[in-house]
Ligand binder design. Structure first.
Ligand SMILES: Nc1ncnc2c1ncn2[C@@H]1O[C@H](COP(=O)(O)OP(=O)(O)O)[C@@H](O)[C@H]1O
Ligand SMILES: [Mg+2]
Length: 268
């Protein structure tokens, strides 16, 4: 399994997963996941809760080891790597967790500077420069001296994202970034994801339960169900899918409509 399949070295793909399996005890969560993530695109993974979306993403950045299968990051299978080699690969990733997990006792600026203080030997001046740059990008320049406990949910997400991009990752993973946000804050987070993808040229992988957001910003949508990717395509392709599970899942959200066997997106 550790051999690199030459057909998988395609430059177009940042990440490719083949036949990934993972069980916890007798619970077989991932049952042969195949996934191709294109470079620089916004890739969204949808699926019911408990289907293994978070578990899949933890595998992508080497936080969990699969029981079987291969995960190619830039053509390199990361499954057989030891911790030292894995840490090198992890540097390619930034992650925005469902709960931003900011440090309450620190200011916005200190939160964003934290990864640089932990993982680099840059000067204070250089760190300040990089932090200011990211705060600027996310419209947080006026909030830099605020304590994170004072922030709204949407603002906290932005700080979490500023912190996730401060080490300049190539791949950004967002795990349900709009959970618990109101519709306006949700739209702001969508815009933030799209803007970050465009400005930084990162490859984005977003786990989402929010169909309106998904169809608003995705370049490519994957549905994870029963431990496998059961549907994959552009939003347009997904809307033409006749996979009944996919249609039920998307339709139940009320955000997107299929009509007369064909789909119509109510995308706003
Ligand atoms: N570390 C773990 N140990 C045992 N079971 C786990 C662990 N992580 C996840 N699971 C189980 O795997 C399944 C998928 O979880 P998860 O990936 O979090 O689902 P979701 O699609 O909602 O993100 C769930 O049943 C969860 O309880
Ligand atoms: Mg999850």
């Amino acid at each position: 399994m550790s051999e690199i399949d030459p057909t998988l070295r395609d430059e177009q793909y940042q990440l490719r997963v083949r036949d990934l399996h993972k069980s916890f005890g007798s619970h077989h969560v991932l049952r042969g996941v195949d996934l191709d993530i294109e470079r620089h695109k916004i890739n969204i993974i949808i699926g019911g809760s408990g289907q293994g979306k978070s578990v899949l993403c933890k595998h992508l950045m080497g936080l969990l080891k699969p029981d079987r299968g291969a995960i190619y990051v830039d053509g390199e299978d990361i499954v057989p790597l030891d911790e030292v080699a894995m840490n090198r690969v992890r540097r390619k990733f930034g992650m925005l967790f469902q709960h931003a997990a900011l440090f309450d006792s620190m200011t916005v600026e200190e939160n964003v500077a934290f990864p640089l203080r932990e993982h680099t030997r840059l000067s204070r001046k250089k760190i300040r420069e990089l932090v200011t740059d990211k705060l600027e990008l996310l419209g947080l320049r006026n909030a830099e001296q605020k304590m994170t406990s004072e922030l709204s949910g949407g603002m906290a997400k932005r700080v979490g994202l500023a912190r996730a991009i401060v080490l300049e990752p190539e791949i950004l993973i967002y795990d349900e970034p709009t959970t618990g946000l109101d519709p306006i804050a949700t739209k702001n987070v969508d815009n933030m994801i799209a803007e970050t993808a465009r400005r930084l040229g990162v490859t984005s992988i977003v786990i989402s339960h929010d169909m309106a957001s998904t169809f608003r910003i995705a370049d490519h949508i994957f549905m994870l169900q029963g431990g496998r990717i059961v549907a994959s395509g552009t939003p347009g392709e997904i809307l033409r899918s006749d996979n009944p599970d996919l249609r039920l899942f998307v339709e139940t959200s009320g955000a997107v409509k299929f009509t007369q066997g064909r789909a119509r997106g109510g995308l706003g």
